[in-house]
Ligand binder design. Structure first.
Ligand code: FEO
Ligand code: CA
Ligand code: CA
Length: 531
């Protein structure tokens, strides 16, 4: 399914008359004057080892791997991804949350092969995943983090985290730590949702035979080689984890299912129900929606999975579906094996659903489908879900392709998304390091950040704003409360270097330094500042 730019503009016409600004509605004419003329000259593709920016944008590193967070010896972790913030009372300062998705053991432990590592090196690596919390303060037009704040703390692969409702998962009411934290979400009460994505590389995966026998495939955990020293039950990972940013308390919610959770995007339906969308970022896996029983909690609710063919959200409800009742002994068992349940009810296989964002005015749900190489889809697309009556708790929807990646549109493999307060879309790309700068991706050069205005000059066209250093992926875009700064993760610069001694990137420190993932702040040109 492909649409061209004219079709895109026709679709956008429906929602182009209104936009949100500072929480209120502004008129079309205000917007037209704001976007009149060219917003900026897009950056040309580049493969330089730098964070290259379009003219008018300025960037500065905020915090990076290894920065000491507090006097307890906790460090800002590796491979930062999702970024989110929470306000502090009576202050312009924020508490910032940053995911640490995985480590590159070659850099983190400075070894030439995984087998060289000692138990204590692996232990150190395990303290570098999870997430960081730290206070950030506005300093004029820029932000800096407070090296001495009581809010600075870590959650890592050793932090005990209970399951919600006191449930026992693989015999325990608590998991040890969180890992594979990719993207996330924010609840209406300001808590952070951090999503456990590719956990199998750390802990392996469990399968169940027809007779219900549990089989633990430990081979998959060889990717990082942690389980040799610290084996963990795979059922303890693959969940959505809620974190109180002010206290650091965390809980794993089972109700949203267990799979390679990319994100957990919250919205409130017309009738006030809390709805959370989540993608399972694996080829031919699915798109989910959770409707909570309470507007102020994620402890219980109903999980649905999308059938694009039927335009319906299909319930994963053991009590009302004899097919599920026959397969699983309890709702919890079904949630642990969510992927199997989704296939039983007839979910649509998708092209790696990654991040999801909701248009602030139309309520359209945009889903990044990164690619599906086994089905010959190299470039991915943005999928649009229009809920019936624009109501997030509706069980019917229309699905269409919003914009396809490819040479014509100038981008490939969309991943993280962010709508700004004007309702324009910003997105990053994730071409893997096996393929970057090779056919058919040469036109893209390094992974990038794009701006996709949905109205006015340049509408419907992806404008390149930033290009990452060699081997990197740009992730986690989020705007500051005043809309003037975009916080962005530069993840895995120098990944797949021949050796830690001979890295392909020296970003951000330059010289002969090893590369370091880091969060940057990008100051927007005045005409794009989204305050
Ligand atoms: Fe961690 Fe699907 O990106
Ligand atoms: Ca991602
Ligand atoms: Ca990704």
């Amino acid at each position: 399914m492909k649409i061209n730019r004219r079709q895109l503009l026709e679709f956008l016409g429906a929602s182009a008359g209104l936009s949100l600004m500072g929480g209120g509605l502004v008129s079309c004419s205000t917007l037209e004057s704001w976007v009149s003329g060219k917003a900026f000259t897009p950056l040309a593709p580049t493969n330089t080892d730098s964070l290259a920016l379009a003219e008018g944008f300025k960037s500065q590193v905020l915090i990076g791997w290894g920065d000491p967070l507090n006097s307890k010896g906790e460090l800002f972790g590796f491979n930062n991804d999702y970024i989110q913030w929470a306000p502090l009372k009576n202050s312009k300062s924020l508490v910032m949350w940053v995911n640490h998705e995985y480590v590159d053991p070659y850099f983190a432990s400075q070894v030439e092969s995984l087998g060289e590592r000692t138990r204590s090196q692996v232990q150190k690596e395990m303290h570098l995943v999870g997430g960081s919390l730290f206070k950030v303060d506005a300093k004029g037009s820029q932000w800096d983090w407070d090296r001495h704040s009581i809010y600075n703390r870590r959650i890592d692969a050793f932090t005990p985290i209970p399951f919600s409702n006191g449930e026992k998962v693989a015999g325990k009411t608590k998991a040890l730590g969180t890992l594979a934290n990719c993207a996330g979400g924010k609840t209406p009460w300001g808590h952070i949702l951090t999503c456990e994505e590719n956990y199998d590389g750390f802990v392996g995966e469990v399968y169940f035979t027809n007779s219900g026998k549990r089989v633990w495939d430990r081979k998959k955990a060889d990717k990082y080689g942690w389980s040799k020293f610290f084996p963990r039950p795979p059922e303890h990972y693959g969940w959505v984890v809620e974190v109180n940013p002010w206290t650091g308390e965390a809980v794993k919610h089972t109700g949203l299912g267990r799979f390679a959770h990319e994100c957990a995007t919250c919205t409130v339906s017309k009738s006030g129900q809390l709805v959370v969308y989540s993608g399972d970022d694996t080829e031919d896996e699915h798109l989910y929606k959770f409707i909570s029983d309470s507007p102020t909690s994620l402890k219980s609710g109903k999980l649905y999975v999308a059938s694009l063919e039927q335009g319906r959200w299909l319930p994963l409800d053991l009590d009302s579906d004899p097919r599920l009742k026959k397969k699983f002994s309890s709702s919890l068992e079904m949630l642990i094996r969510t992927r199997e349940a989704a296939k039983i009810v007839g979910a649509t296989p998708l092209d790696r659903p990654e991040d999801i964002e909701i248009h602030p005015v139309s309520g359209d749900v945009i889903v990044a489908l990164t690619n599906n190489l086994s089905r010959g889809n190299s470039f991915g697309s943005l999928l649009k879900i229009q809920e019936k009556n624009s109501d997030a708790s509706s069980l019917e929807f229309d699905a269409s392709t919003f914009l396809s990646g490819g040479e014509e549109t100038g981008f490939a493999c969309p991943d993280n998304l962010a709508f700004d307060s004007q309702g324009d879309l910003w997105f990053t790309t994730d071409i893997s390091n096996k393929s970057i700068n090779k056919a058919p991706y040469e036109f893209m050069k390094n992974n990038s950040l794009f701006y996709l205005p949905l109205k006015g000059a340049g509408a419907g066209k992806a404008h390149r704003v930033a290009s990452g250093p060699v081997g990197s992926e740009l992730t986690g875009p989020v705007f500051s409360p005043d809309g003037r700064t975009l916080f962005l993760s530069v993840q895995h610069p120098g990944e797949k270097s021949p050796s830690y001694k001979n890295p392909t990137s020296h970003w951000p420190d330059g010289g002969n330094a090893m590369p370091r993932s880091a969060v940057v702040q990008i100051e927007l040109p005045t005409r794009l500042a989204r305050g």
